[in-house]
Design a binder for this molecule. Sequence first.
Ligand code: PLP
Length: 465
Amino acid sequence: MTVLAAAEAFLEANPSYRATGKLDELRATDYARLDAQGQVYLDYTGSGLYGVSQVERHMVLLKELVLGNPHSANPASSIATELVEDARRAVLEFFKASPEEYVAIFTPNATGALKLVGEAYPFGEGDHYLLTFDNHNSVNGIREFARARRARITYVPLTLPDMRIDEGELWRCLDLARPGGHNLFAYPAQSNFSGVQHDLRWIERAQAKGWDVLLDAAAFVPTNRLDLSVWHPDFVSISFYKMFGYPTGVGCLLARRSALARLRRPWFAGGTITVASVRGDRHYLAEGERAYEDGTVNFLSIPAVKIGLEHLESVGMDLIHERVRCLTRWLIGRLLGLRHSNGRPVVKLYGPAVLEGRGGTVTVNFYDRDGKVIDHRLVEREASKRKISIRTGCFCNPGGGEVALGLSSRELIRCLPSSRDRLSLEDFSMCIDGKSLGAVRASLGLVSNVADVEAYVDLASSFAA
Ligand SMILES: Cc1ncc(COP(=O)(O)O)c(C=O)c1O
């Protein structure tokens, strides 16, 4: 199919896409560098892309203002404090989080937000950390805090081929909360491996059974609205560069005030206390978000968060969501339609083939005509030659990868020696002989278009024989 014919067929199948034309205009102006350089960007789950106007607005602000370290009374400090607090209010408003219920804590990234929760969650012996199999490593890593404090760790498995959670199994696990104890349940609102969007109704159900809920929203919020006046997770982790590309180095932990009060910070730092004494050997933590923002916040970049949020609002989250939905449906259909001349499929999809309960992250492996997997590294090299940015490997989501690629606990344990504290990926790969250790991920976002999808389909077709 030519790109033109594909575009026509696409529009016929997705009439609602026409209403998202505003994003084509935006791409032609704010993101002109993409088409000027012939770049096909399909790694929005890795990072969003910024519009030039965001950077320009930020630069004007930096050029015009005299900004000093916040939280003093001097003029340069006061302006910086005002801008940081302004951005904080904008974040709460964007997610419709009531300031009476939630605080927004600025962190370096989503990982920083997750670590704040992990290190301060009051796990004790017999408490419980429950998490789904398809979490990012920054959520998996919290298990080491839980383990060190002798809490139980339970993973809820995924079912194939959709890579969703078996709800019956989840309800059974949720019944394992330690009565009166500290129980933390963590899951991604959208898996960065499979694109599966887990049910947000689990939040309330888990809380009713005695769990604090940590919702990792990093991969969800760039193309979906998260309304915290409807959903009330205890903790939410976010990286802003994933939402609107710029700035990097700023994320956020949205925490319910009531849940925050249960955390126990393991240390204090500059900025987090009201009083600390060396001779008196005491410290007193500040209130609310102040107690969790270690040292000087990124006060030059944080104002760009407000600009980024306004950028998304000016387009409209619903519009972005609809566009990504249409393109995802098209991409999956086109990939699954590819066949070798002997009738064998070229692509195996990891995750749901239908749009319901999934986002715009599409992960696959390519197979040759004999049904042998094509190494994902080769796919990435071929993509790069065509200026296509995709991601390959496991995407820091080992549980998702292990389930998708059929790696059993037994073979993994055999290849993960407990006698060593370092293991190279090469040694690990050699041990798991004969199986693919990675997959190929394309993810759609703000200014994706049909031509991007067709460029990827064209790459995929090149593997058909
Ligand atoms: C679902 C999810 N959670 C957490 C993270 C970690 O984000 P960061 O690397 O910005 O801390 C990512 C990054 O890819 C992610 O996709």
